[in-house]
Each structure stands twice: as C-alpha cells, then as structure tokens.
Design a protein around this ligand. Structure first.
Ligand SMILES: N[C@@H](CCC(=O)N[C@@H](CS)C(=O)NCC(=O)O)C(=O)O
Length: 400
C-alpha cells in the first residue's frame, strides 16, 4: 500500500513538472532566423506584457558552465561546449548582416536620397559587420518605425536592432529581447515654440502634445504630467515625421521624444531657430542595440563589439593610429587587438574582431564625433556619454 502511494505521488509530481514546463535550461535556438514565438499582434509590443514571450525562460537559467572560458578545464571535469551554430552562423552563411535601423533620424539613423544610411546607430551596425566580415559594408539596413521594430527582431527579419531603442525591463522580458551595452545615455525632453513663452512643463497645463505611438515616450509623457497634476492632450501618430510635422505646422504646443531625437528633429524644422528644448528631463532613456533572446553567443558577440569601441577609446586606439599599436609590447593592447591570445574565439568571432571594428569604423569617440560631435549640426556634448575616466558612464569590462 505504501509503495502504491509512493508510485502515485511520483507520477503526480512528474505530471505537475511537465505541466509547469520551462524547468529545463533553455537550449539556444538552432535556427534563430525562425521566430522563437509568434509575433505579438499589437504594434505597441512593449506595452503588452502578456505576449507569448512572457512565458520564455530567462537566459539566466542556462547552466553557468556553458559560458566559454579561456581557463583550462577543471581536472577530471568535462568542459561544457560553447554555444555555436546559432544566429552568428546563419549570418556568416548568408554573407551579410541584416540590421534594423532608423531612417528618419539624422545623426542616429538616416537615409539620404541615394539610399545611403548614416548615423551613430548605423555605424554600430557597420561595426558588427566589420567584426564578422572584416568589411563594414557587409550589412543590409532594414528601416523600421517605432511600432515595427520589435516584431522585426521577434520574427528574425533582422539579426540585430540598432535604432534609438531604450532598454527597459518589459522589452528585455515580455518582448523577448536581449540588450547589448548602452551606446547612448539619453532622456526624454520637450520641444516648444519660443514665441509661446513656455519655460517649463508647469507652463503646459492643458497643452496639446504631439507624440509617436509604440514608444517609451508616450508612456513617460502621461506619467510626467500626471505626477505634476497637469492635464494635457496627447496627439498621437504612428509615424515620426508625421508627428513632428503636426507640431511644426502648429497643431501641437509641444513635441516630445528622446532629447537626441529632439535635437535631430529640430534640424528638420521649417525654421529651427523658432524652437527650443525645455530644460527638463522626463525619463531615463538608455539606448542600446538588441537581439532576439535565446542565442547567448550572438548576444555576447554584439555585446563585446560595442565594448570594443569603448575600450579602444580608453586605450587611445583610433582608426588612424591603429597600425602604430600592432607591434606594441603591452599585453592589454596585444590581447585587445588579437595579436596574441584567443579572446574572440570564445564568443565565436575572429581574434582580431576589435581591430577590425576600430580599423573600419573607429572607436566610440570617432563614431560619436563623426555623427554627433562639434563638426556636425548637432554638436552634442558628450555628457553621460563620456568615458568613466572623464566623468561619464561608459565603461568596458576587461578584454582578458
Ligand atoms: N527611445 C524611445 C523612442 C524611440 C523612437 O522610436 N523615437 C521616435 C521619435 S524620434 C523615432 O525614432 N521614430 C522613427 C520612426 O518610427 O520611424 C523608445 O525606445 O521607445
């Protein structure tokens, strides 16, 4: 009788475990180009946390032993194999990277009449291509609106999304993305017409505010005005240019988005000098590249390509002077440039991936200055986007 009870108990337990599911460490998708789950129906993916991705096992549940390491295997122990053959292999076999980009945001992601993409984010797409193919042009840009961008990652339409996208918990979790290091620390701002005499959000009670849907912007706007006890009317558009055009033609009292976006859009105004950006920051908008969750190796590769640009700035290595470092005796520099060691191999990249990135695209400072620096119409001070050694927030872990 006791035995029968035990058997029943074990069977019941097995059924419960099976029903709960997701208890196994999640294997990386063999074919990441295929959607891990169905795309959410609503375009505002981040605001629908009950998307199917919500049931996905977080990456952290993977066995720590799966992390490739340059250290020798423990005596008598089996080394777990690095994750291979996922997205990175698909990209290499295809022969180019497909990067989700913006096409309407000068300075960050923009396309000209000849179809040429440029911008800070776009250069990070090129950096990823340079690391993989030793060729920054081996990249196809897929222009994506705010509403389209997450579905494009979820369905495998793009390999990586590098498009003024804020890292948030719901995007990391329910939407099913994995974020790379932050490439641009931003915050939401408000643009108004100088002639309207508005100096703060408090002067905007009852204002009509133009805002794009499918963004963190729309949510922060509501939070900020509610917190101040102010009424407002959101005038919402799917399309960024339409949102700004409505403001620029006087249909709204204010236009709100990330401050980087405001600076960019101000250059598109009929008369940029008629507008100003209020001295208020309504949110944290840490902008970062992202990939589909579930392919640890691909996420690692993108992560360390971004870090390479930051580390190179700290080491003083630029696209101009990189050759002078090739016979350096400094172990840190030799490892970083792949002259010795096999750091790249551990994340599925060539050992000289950082050198390729710097040679073809430049270090963080070069990328920043080329697109946003003093010689551009934006002339954005580095601020939080300076190295930690200069009082900013940029910090790369060691290349060791
Ligand atoms: N960082 C915010 C806002 C990003 C965003 O999409 N901003 C708009 C306004 S500047 C944009 O780039 N729109 C371009 C488009 O949808 O084509 C987010 O991740 O939600």
């Amino acid at each position: 009788m006791k035995r029968q009870m035990l058997v029943l108990l074990v069977a019941a337990l097995a059924m419960i475990l099976a029903a709960c599911g997701g208890q196994q460490p999640q294997a990386p998708a063999a074919e990441p180009a295929a959607p891990a789950t169905e795309a959410p129906a609503a375009p505002e993916a981040p605001e629908t946390p009950d998307t199917p991705e919500a049931t996905e096992e977080p990456e952290a549940t993977e066995e720590p032993a799966e992390v490739p390491t340059a250290e020798p295997a423990p005596a008598g122990g089996e080394m777990a194999q690095p994750v291979t053959g996922g997205m990175l292999q698909t990209i290499i076999s295809r022969g180019n990277l497909i990067c989700g980009a913006n096409q309407v945001l000068p300075g960050f992601g923009n396309v000209d009449a000849a179809g040429e993409f440029s911008g800070f984010d776009v250069d990070f797409c090129r950096a990823v291509a340079a690391a993989i193919f030793d060729d920054p042009t081996s990249v196809e840009f897929r222009p994506l609106t705010a509403a389209e961008r997450f579905t494009a990652v979820q369905t495998g339409e793009v390999d990586v999304l590098i498009r003024n996208t804020t890292h948030t918990l719901s995007r990391d979790g329910a939407v099913g993305l994995d974020f790379s290091p932050i490439t641009f620390y931003d915050g939401q701002g408000m643009m108004v017409r100088i002639a309207d005499g508005i100096d703060s959000l408090e002067d905007m009670a009852g204002a009509r505010i133009c805002v794009q849907t499918g963004t963190t912007t729309e949510l922060n706007l509501a939070d900020n005005f509610r917190a101040r006890g102010l009424d407002f009317e959101a005038v919402v558009f799917q399309d960024a240019d339409a949102t700004f055009a409505a403001y620029d033609t006087g249909q709204c009292d204010g236009f709100t988005t990330d401050k980087s976006g405001l600076v960019s859009y101000q250059t598109k105004a009929n008369d940029p000098s008629e507008h100003k950006i209020l001295d208020v920051t309504m949110s944290k908008e840490p902008l970062a590249p992202s990939v589909l969750q579930g392919d640890a190796q691909w996420a690692d590769a993108v992560r360390w390509i971004v870090f390479a640009t930051i580390e190179a700035e700290e080491l003083g290595i630029t696209s101009e002077n990189i050759d002078t470092f090739m016979d350096s005796d400094e172990p840190t520099i030799r490892r970083f440039l792949g002259i010795e060691g096999d750091l790249g191999e551990g994340i599925g990249l060539p050992n000289d991936f950082a050198a390729r990135v710097i040679r073809h695209v430049g270090n963080y400072e070069e990328i920043y200055n080329r697109n946003l620096g003093p010689d551009t119409p934006f002339n954005l001070p580095r601020g939080q986007n300076a190295l930690y050694t200069d009082g900013g927030l940029l910090y790369s872990p060691p290349f060791r």
